[in-house]
Design a protein around this ligand. Structure first.
Ligand SMILES: NC(=O)c1ccc[n+]([C@@H]2O[C@H](COP(=O)([O-])OP(=O)(O)OC[C@H]3O[C@@H](n4cnc5c(N)ncnc54)[C@H](O)[C@@H]3O)[C@@H](O)[C@H]2O)c1
Length: 328
């Protein structure tokens, strides 16, 4: 019988990041006994955890790629459940493919080894839609072949295999959630690792021309981050060991349309530059969420509403340089 979130001690790797920090908030809302975070702040920030830390969450600014850093935490906290969110953003794999692969595999292996030695009971491992690569068939369900097109995705796919194999070999209680493209407050907007919605908002707020890479017809399944956290929390008691589940909306948005929509909502009338297509950019990520819908009640935020909340957050957050619009 899997432990309940309420009353459990929980470790979130990468918990200062985008999805991880929202998950931490939710675990606290659900009265977890304690919520512990390990994050090396590669991309995450303490700001994301401001309210969580006030509510008692404990942050270790440390690197989960070192087994000894994790062991140190397990010596101090009697952890029941681990959510493994730690990763280095996909774009990083174009700069440092080897380390991107290593982070995604090493953190998972470190945790699986600790679990094998009974250091904790349940592992919820975060995979990514990127492991599927370009669709062989659509919509892509959990049985879709894994054809990674980046070293980021290769590392995630290898970690998925490791989770599945440890479950088979050692009967561990570990399972895989596989989000598609998340958006919402707290997603990084700075530098080359920013996602498309944050970078577009950032550019508009700072008077920088917008960019569309390739035809703009490449499409993604965008899911509001609170919906992802809801789905994970609801599926947590239900998903069997060794299983995986897509966390998606079954709805596609083309990147070109998305950029124009953000521009429209933020009253941007400046240039939209056409840039060459990115290497390894998959054309379409059309997900099947049939399995998830069969397991839980799934109430999704409309893209319109989620986008408005998100843009409002960026307007409030980003230091503006001579800009004063509010999304409508
Ligand atoms: N955001 C998305 O659209 C999306 C889509 C599919 C899957 N995912 C998966 O969800 C999880 C969370 O993604 P996110 O968007 O919140 O990413 P994020 O980059 O915002 O968060 C990842 C966190 O991991 C931390 N980190 C990196 N290396 C670390 C290390 N060695 N030790 C400790 N911490 C480390 C980073 O500092 C960051 O805070 C990841 O596993 C990611 O692959 C995300």
């Amino acid at each position: 019988m899997r432990s309940e979130i309420k009353g459990s001690s929980i470790l979130v790797t990468g918990g200062a990041g985008f999805i991880g920090s929202h998950l931490v908030d939710r675990l606290l809302d659900m009265q977890a006994k304690e919520v512990v975070i390990i994050d090396n702040l590669f991309l995450g920030s303490e700001e994301n955890l401001e309210s969580a830390i006030c509510r008692g969450a404990v942050l270790y600014k440390d690197d989960a790629e070192f087994a000894t850093s994790l062991e140190y935490i397990f010596e101090r906290h009697d952890i029941d459940i681990v959510f493994n969110c730690a990763t280095k953003a996909l774009n990083y794999s174009f700069m440092n493919p080897a380390n991107s692969f290593e982070t995604n595999t090493k953190v998972a292996i470190n945790l699986l080894e600790l679990q094998r030695k009974n250091s904790f009971k349940t592992l919820c491992h975060f995979s990514t839609s990127e492991v599927y690569g370009t669709a062989v068939y659509e919509p892509m369900d959990e049985a879709h072949p894994k054809n990674p097109t980046t070293l980021y995705a290769a590392g995630k796919a290898a970690a998925d295999l490791a989770v599945e194999t440890y479950v088979r070999m050692y009967d561990l209680d570990a399972f895989i959630v596989r989000p598609f493209n998340n958006y919402g407050p707290r997603q990084n907007y700075k530098g080359p690792m920013a996602g498309v919605i944050p970078i577009t908002a950032y550019r508009i707020l700072n008077g920088i021309p917008l960019e569309i890479h390739g035809s703009g017809r490449q499409s993604r399944d965008f899911i509001y981050v609170h919906d992802t956290v809801d789905a994970i929390i609801n599926v947590f008691p239900l998903l069997g060991a060794g299983e995986s589940v897509n966390i998606s909306t079954h709805h596609q948005v083309a990147i070109g349309d998305l950029i124009k929509l953000v521009a429209d909502k933020m009253d941007y009338t400046g240039e939209i530059l056409q840039k060459p297509a990115r290497n390894s950019d998959v054309l379409c990520h059309n997900a099947s969420n049939e399995k998830l819908c069969g397991m839980i009640d799934y109430n999704l935020t409309s893209f319109e509403e989620g986008l408005e909340k998100t843009l409002q957050w960026y307007v409030n957050r980003i230091v503006k340089i001579g800009y004063s619009c509010v999304p409508r």
